[in-house]
Each structure stands twice: as C-alpha cells, then as structure tokens.
Design a protein around this ligand. Sequence first.
Ligand SMILES: NC(=O)c1ccc[n+]([C@@H]2O[C@H](COP(=O)([O-])OP(=O)(O)OC[C@H]3O[C@@H](n4cnc5c(N)ncnc54)[C@H](OP(=O)(O)O)[C@@H]3O)[C@@H](O)[C@H]2O)c1
Ligand SMILES: [Zn+2]
Length: 339
Amino acid sequence: MPKMRAIQVSRAGGPFELVERDIPEPAAGSARVKIQACGICHSDSIVKDGHFPGLSYPRVPGHEVIGIVDALGSDVSGWAIGDRAGIGWNGGYCGYCDACRRGNFFGCQTATYITGITSDGGYADYTIARSEALAHVPEDLPAADGAPLMCAGVTTYNCLRNSGARPGEVVAVLGLGGLGHLGVQFAAKMGYKTIAIARGRDKEALARKLGALQYIDSKAQDPAAELLKLGGAQVILATVTSGDAMTSVIGGLGINGTLMVIGAAASLEVSPFQLLSGRRSVKGWYSGTSIDSQDTLAFSVLTGVRSMNEILPLERASEGYERMMKGDARFRVVLTTGH
Ligand SMILES: NC(=O)c1ccc[n+]([C@@H]2O[C@H](COP(=O)([O-])OP(=O)(O)OC[C@H]3O[C@@H](n4cnc5c(N)ncnc54)[C@H](OP(=O)(O)O)[C@@H]3O)[C@@H](O)[C@H]2O)c1
Ligand SMILES: [Zn+2]
C-alpha cells in the first residue's frame, strides 16, 4: 500500500504528530486530491483543543486546501484527473434532501461532513473530498496564494457581498489576522469606505497598504466613537476571537447597521437599547459552499486580492500553528508539500 505523510492530532490538547499513513482511496462521488498547499486557520484549534461536540481522533486538520485531482471514485461528473481543485471546510451536500432543494446546502444532513474537523483534511500529502465540495482553481493562481482563500477568503468575501452594504458606505473590519487582512482588501476592492480596527499601531501601515482609508488603534482609541465620527458603520466585519472586542464596537454602527460576526468568540454582550434605538442588528456568518469559493478565487484574481503568507513545509505545521495562535503570523501561515 503506498504511503503518505500526514500531521495528526491524537487527542484533544495533544501535540501535532508527523505520521505515515496509507494513501486513501476515494469512494463513490468523491475525489482524491494531491495537496500542494494548505493554510493554517484559527479554526484548526477546534480539532487541536477539542472544541466541538463528538470529535473523534486521530484527526488530520486543515481546510484551506489547493491541490490536483489525482483519483476519482465512481459517479463523479465535471472533474478529471489532473484538474486543479480547492477544498474548504464545507464537506458537500446530497442535492436531493429538503434542505438542498431549498438551496440551503449547509443544512444538508445526508452528505455533509466538515473537512479537517470531522474528516481528515489538508495537513497531509493527500485528502478525500466529495466532488461537489471541490472548487475549480484559476490557472494563474499559485497554490499557496489560493489556499487561504478557501476559508479566510471565502468567509470574508462571501460575508461582505451578502452583508447588504452598498459601495461607498462605511464598512469596518475588526481584527487584522488571517481573515481580517483579507477582509480589508475585499472591502476596499468592493468599493466600501474601508476602516481597519486592530490592537496597537504596528499593523497600521499594512492596513493602509491593503486598502484601509483609516486605521483605528483599539488600544489607544474608542473604536465606536471613531466610527460615529464617520457617521457610523453600515457593516462591521468582526473577525476577532474576542467577544469583548466585538461588544466594544457595536456602538459604532450607524442606523440599520449590522455587526457581521465571523470570529468564533465564546460569548458576546449586546445591549438591546443599542439595537432597538437604531434598528441595528447582529448576524452570524459562515464561509460558503464550493461555488462561493470559486467566486472568491475568481474575484481575487480579477482584483489582485492576495493573502500575505508565511510559507512553511508540511513537517513544520506545529511551528506555523504556534505562530498563528500567538498572533505573530503576518498574516497567514501556509504549509506546502512540494507536490
Ligand atoms: N465564520 C466562519 O466561517 C469562520 C471561518 C474561519 C475562521 N473563523 C474564525 O474567525 C476567527 C479569526 O480567524 P483567523 O484565522 O483570522 O485568526 P488569526 O489569524 O489568529 O487572527 C485572530 C484575530 O483575533 C484578534 N484577537 C485575538 N485576541 C484578541 C483579543 N484579546 N482582543 C481583540 N482581538 C483579539 C486579533 O486581533 P489583532 O489584529 O488586533 O491582533 C486577530 O485579528 C477565529 O475565531 C476563527 O475560528 C470563522
Ligand atoms: Zn477556517
């Protein structure tokens, strides 16, 4: 049986282990992808720390994958061996259950799994995905550039384009990590008056370079008051991991403004008065399906949006993960396999 490298976690809180595994075979409806690059997302901590009901171990994390289709199970249409493919965490859908027929593919209970969380993901040489969970990758997009777009990218892009904000309106991006630094670029390219909010001054120059018209240092300034000086934000894209940080900006929403929550904070305090006095709302958002990822890749190529990456070989996953968790990565760590 041919073997591959994989980085697995054997128990909640356990270390990353480099192991040798059999190369998996794709079942009916699935493809095997030879991985070229995989981003390290903060959500990989769900597997590392065991923050998800019913997780089973060992598990290979990773849901920001770009690679090449290398084997196909039966009953796969639209994909051929040698095609470039991207994989995010949405694990596909059956297409015939009630949820799918309503277009609510994330509601599918039949085929759905979560890549890198309930099935083995991208910290490896190969992974398996259902064919409807694959995104086509543009020719001219290098694998390491594309990988972070499969979660950090699609989550921010798809959230913004569904947020209801119109070009010219004030959109603030809270947090400048892997998601946030892409959120700023997408917001700027979509024509919003883009404001970046992060802790400290060291990210200001980069935020402006990425397209922010204004930078708010949440350590030195009151971000809500600063946003109100601009007339209030129509949308705040909250990418941070801290609920307190999200709470502190809600007062900066304009009339009918929305806090779009994508950061997986433990809790969030909202004053009903703040909501009702300005018809403000707080809304959650998760990434998207494979066609949303494909749109994200296409928009990024069209407009020049790129993740700023620190590239490490697969074997150094643990080091890359630590850099991300400490907030040292500028801005995404991407693992490459050499394929
Ligand atoms: N909804 C979805 O579908 C989805 C998809 C992907 C990720 N996520 C979640 O989105 C969040 C961000 O992921 P990421 O990969 O971008 O993570 P990351 O690169 O590690 O960035 C973390 C961000 O959180 C901020 N932060 C951390 N501690 C903070 C604190 N105490 N106060 C204020 N801000 C703090 C940092 O702010 P500074 O910039 O100020 O340092 C940074 O912007 C995670 O919770 C992740 O699980 C959700
Ligand atoms: Zn992610």
